[in-house]
Write a new protein. Structure first.
Length: 75
């Protein structure tokens, strides 16, 4: 199978065409997954901004509480 992004012509075997069609049919699901990932990234960035506004005491208490949770292990 010869498929290049820069060229418009492709040489494919029938089984390759089926694979390409299967792959192309996942476009919407792939875009949905990408949108979800981008939204998650935005959430992460908002969390980092919120954390950057904590004073040292608040941050220390939050870290201590988190550490105690991890030290206890899974419930």
């Amino acid at each position: 199978m010869t498929v290049t992004v820069q060229e418009t012509e492709t040489e494919t075997e029938p089984r390759d065409v089926e694979h390409l069609m299967d792959l192309a049919s996942t476009e919407m699901a792939t875009l949905d997954e990408l949108a979800a990932c981008v939204e998650r990234l935005h959430e992460v960035q908002r969390a980092k901004v919120a954390l950057s506004h904590l004073d040292s005491g608040e941050l220390r208490r939050a870290l201590d509480a988190r550490r105690m949770t991890f030290d206890r292990g899974p419930s």
